[in-house]
Design a protein around this ligand. Structure first.
Ligand code: SF4
Ligand code: SF4
Length: 163
């Protein structure tokens, strides 16, 4: 996994043009069974990908925290939402709450998330490859393939499958 992770930014860069062309075409004419295809590809990939040997998403990029996330996690820490915000979050250029720093402060040395049961929705859904209408998040996916080995593999399989 480590060698793949080290190589991933370069691999993703090499595929970027191809991927962009593929997603532009996909957006124009998504196959009827795209939701089903993505579900299958996602499940197949995550059967063999062990996120605990990776955690690259938690190490290199953080989630957006919605109001609901903040309320839920603050409650978990028995804090007021504002206290939680002051301790861990900042507003980004789009006015969304994000982590003050990465790797995520809730990530343990063993790659376990210390707030797993109450983690942000964006963490639970990352890399969003089983999302319905997957073609709508192609810009995000173009970025995620450089971070997430599973997303990279899924997009490669999509390209082979959907012509
Ligand atoms: S979701 Fe992707 S980047 Fe995150 S730990 Fe799993 S394989 Fe790694
Ligand atoms: S909250 Fe948990 S799952 Fe989300 S980035 Fe931090 S360690 Fe990873």
């Amino acid at each position: 996994m480590e060698a793949f992770l080290n190589n991933l930014p370069k691999l993703a860069k090499d595929k970027h043009k191809d991927n962009k062309t593929f997603f532009t075409k996909l957006k124009k004419k998504p196959p009827k069974q795209l939701d089903y295809i993505m579900q299958e590809l996602h499940e197949e990939e995550f059967k063999k990908t062990d996120c605990l040997t990776c955690a690259n998403c938690c190490k290199t990029t953080g989630p957006l925290f919605t109001d609901k996330d903040i309320q839920r996690i603050a409650k978990h820490f028995k804090q007021k939402p504002q206290q939680f915000i002051d301790s861990y979050l900042r507003l980004d250029e789009d006015n969304d709450y994000v982590l003050q720093s990465v790797p995520c402060t809730f990530l343990g040395a063993d790659n376990y998330c210390s707030i797993y049961d109450v983690r942000p929705k964006a963490c639970a859904e990352f890399p969003h490859t089983n999302r319905k209408k997957f073609q709508q998040i192609s810009n995000l996916t173009l970025k995620n393939v450089a971070i997430c080995p599973a997303a990279f593999n899924i997009v490669e399989k999509m390209k082979a499958l959907i012509k």
